[in-house]
Design a protein around this ligand. Structure first.
Ligand code: PLP
Length: 404
């Protein structure tokens, strides 16, 4: 096919013409998808190794999730929280049970779940811990990624995410990730929470040293501080367990969830915590028109049921070992570092060879879609429905790119 009969170049141009350039997407225009595979407007197929930043843990158009969405579309889509609908209690109860917590507060996007966690922690600090009004602080980590609101970027250490969006929200203390001593030193009597990703996804799948998360749990308990785990990207099966915290037997006070909770169909996020924490919110103090809507709940109930079987967590753990073996074989052959937890991998490409962006462009030419992050690092997060052969295909494509 010659370029002028391909639809992709024109569609890429149109997209660039009509939107703000807050993303730098690969020049591929997707029109349909199923399972782990995407098809573009010119009929080319790609293996999805990003899965919507883990929003598509169950693959594209998982039949059980699509069926739930269709059935719900035919009955009831939106009520607002002014009324109760018949999907709401089941969603909250089943998710609370999956998390081992008393209560769930549904929102829509990940950033909203983070904002909710921050608000709840502050109110808990004033009303339960007894922090003087306006003095609460929250300890966060360098290299964090928790979303894009003005408050959240206030404590980002990524200049692209933060610069020129001030004035910034005060009340956050940033410490090096993985350094328990620094975190402990930052806590004082006005600290209401420690907010962490148990694995830093956007930073390149950075796994903290063993013992760090249990150490954070212990210091939070000792100092009467809430441990908030942002499992928006790491949770719900991605790492080979329901939560990344599970790998070290850690139970945070608050789980922040999103992405995969919406089954790749609708944005669904949630905060799960016990009643002594989430119970501080009273009517009128927090909310969202779309949070916990019937369509979102119907889909998310099925997501929780898929996870309740443990099948996806097992798949992720088992297939993750195959991914690890394949990627570790490329260290010294173009890769200078690899970090893998379940079906989640951060790969550091030798910067002398190419940037992460170049690697992703070349992978795209070989029918594999992945996303670079921070210079020469690539993150792989395929849908958990990926097969062994498809993992091998992705690793082979990467080997070819690195060898070329
Ligand atoms: C750990 C983490 N928290 C929060 C967010 C924000 O989620 P959203 O883009 O849905 O607002 C993300 C998104 O990548 C994330 O990875």
């Amino acid at each position: 096919m010659v370029d002028d009969i391909l639809r992709t170049p024109g569609a890429v141009r149109d997209a660039e013409r009509w939107t703000a350039h807050n993303y730098h997407p690969l020049p591929v225009v997707i029109s349909s998808a199923e399972g782990a595979w995407l098809t573009d407007v010119d009929g080319r197929r790609y293996l999805d190794c990003l899965a919507g930043y883990s929003a598509l843990n169950f693959g594209h158009r998982h039949p059980q999730l699509i069926a739930a969405a269709h059935a719900q579309l035919d009955r009831l889509t939106l009520t607002s929280r002014a009324f109760i609908h018949d999907q709401f209690a089941d969603f909250c109860r089943e998710l609370a049970e999956l998390c081992g917590k008393d209560l769930v507060l549904p929102m829509n996007t990940g950033a909203e779940a983070v904002e909710t966690g921050i608000k709840v922690a502050r109110k808990w600090g004033y009303q339960v811990k007894g922090v003087p009004s306006g003095q609460a602080n929250i300890v966060v980590a360098e290299g964090n990624f928790h979303g894009r609101t003005t408050t959240i970027v206030s404590f980002s250490t990524d200049e692209d995410a933060r610069a020129d969006f001030g004035p910034y929200t005060p009340g956050f203390r940033v410490v090096p990730y993985g350094d328990l001593e620094a975190l402990t030193a930052a806590i004082d009597e006005n600290t209401v929470a420690v907010l962490l990703e148990p694995i830093q996804g956007e930073q390149g799948v950075v796994v903290p040293p063993e013992g760090y998360l249990p150490g954070v749990r212990q210091v939070c308990t000792e100092r009467d501080v809430l441990f908030i785990a942002d499992e928006i990207q790491s949770g719900l099966g991605r790492t080979g367990a329901t939560f990344a915290c599970d790998h070290e037997g850690v139970v945070p006070d608050m789980y922040l969830l999103g992405k995969a909770l919406g089954g790749g169909i609708v944005p669904v996020s949630a905060v799960a915590a016990n009643a002594d924490v989430l119970g501080v919110l009273k009517p009128g103090q927090h909310g969202s028109t779309f949070g916990g809507n019937p369509l979102a709940c119907a889909v998310a109930i099925e997501v929780v049921r898929l996870l309740a079987t443990g099948e996806f967590q097992r798949r992720s753990a088992e297939l993750g070992e195959r991914l690890r073996a394949g990627l570790e074989g490329l260290v010294g052959k173009g890769l200078v570092g690899v970090r893998v937890r379940g079906l989640w991998a951060g790969l550091d490409i030798d910067p002398a060879l190419m940037s992460g962006r170049e690697a992703c462009e070349r992978l795209m030419e070989r029918g594999v879609l992945a996303k670079d992050t921070h210079g020469s690092t690539i993150r792989l997060a395929p849908p958990l429905v990926i097969t062994e052969d498809e993992i091998d295909l992705a690793v082979t494509a990467l080997a070819e790119v690195l060898a070329a």
